[in-house]
Design a protein around this ligand. Structure first.
Ligand SMILES: Cc1cc2nc3c(=O)[nH]c(=O)nc-3n(C[C@H](O)[C@H](O)[C@H](O)COP(=O)(O)O)c2cc1C
Length: 150
């Protein structure tokens, strides 16, 4: 693998922190990371195809809903064929809510429907990633790299 794209939505920084832990781990393995914050960094749907694997991270809003800023990219993904592209999903969630990480599940369902190859179990971190969560994030990143190149 030469490059991995991380696309994430974060309002209060928790998912961003997870994205940064994952990015840092992947870069240490000698793989280039292109990281985009949804709604802030310009990201065109075609950029999903100029990379060897894609990680999408998101927080959850409302009642298990997508963040508002992630709706456009969600709609754009509905229009493309992701056949064979390795994907992984992650994000920060809050167990006070009924639909724990509902937006992550929505993205997982969507990319599978579009033919993506989801190669790792979804990573859901409770709120801010604490010290003990760092290893979990790194294990997720490592599994993504290994399973994407199989
Ligand atoms: C109005 C509102 C609704 C939320 N709804 C959910 C939800 O349905 N499920 C969930 O797991 N978390 C929910 N959350 C919690 C956020 O996903 C959580 O705070 C997360 O850590 C935010 O991530 P961020 O710092 O990357 O923005 C909600 C938060 C807010 C403010």
């Amino acid at each position: 693998m030469k490059s991995i794209t991380i696309l994430y939505a974060s309002m209060t920084g928790n998912t961003e922190e997870i994205a940064e832990i994952i990015e840092s781990y992947i870069e240490k393995q000698g793989i280039e990371v292109k990281r985009y914050q949804i709604g802030f960094d310009g990201f065109e749907i075609d950029q999903l195809f100029d990379t060897d694997g894609v990680l999408i991270g998101t927080y959850t809003d409302g009642d298990g809903d997508l963040p508002f800023e992630a709706e456009d990219i969600y709609d754009a993904i509905e229009q493309v064929d992701l056949k064979g592209i390795p994907f992984g999903l992650f994000g920060s969630c809050d167990s006070m809510y009924t639909f724990y990480g509902g937006a992550i599940d929505s993205f997982e369902t969507l990319v599978k429907e579009r033919g993506a190859n989801v190669v790792v179990p979804t990573l859901k971190i409770e709120l801010y990633p604490e010290i003990e969560d760092i290893k979990t994030c790194e294990t997720f990143a490592q599994a993504f790299i290994e399973n994407s190149t199989k």
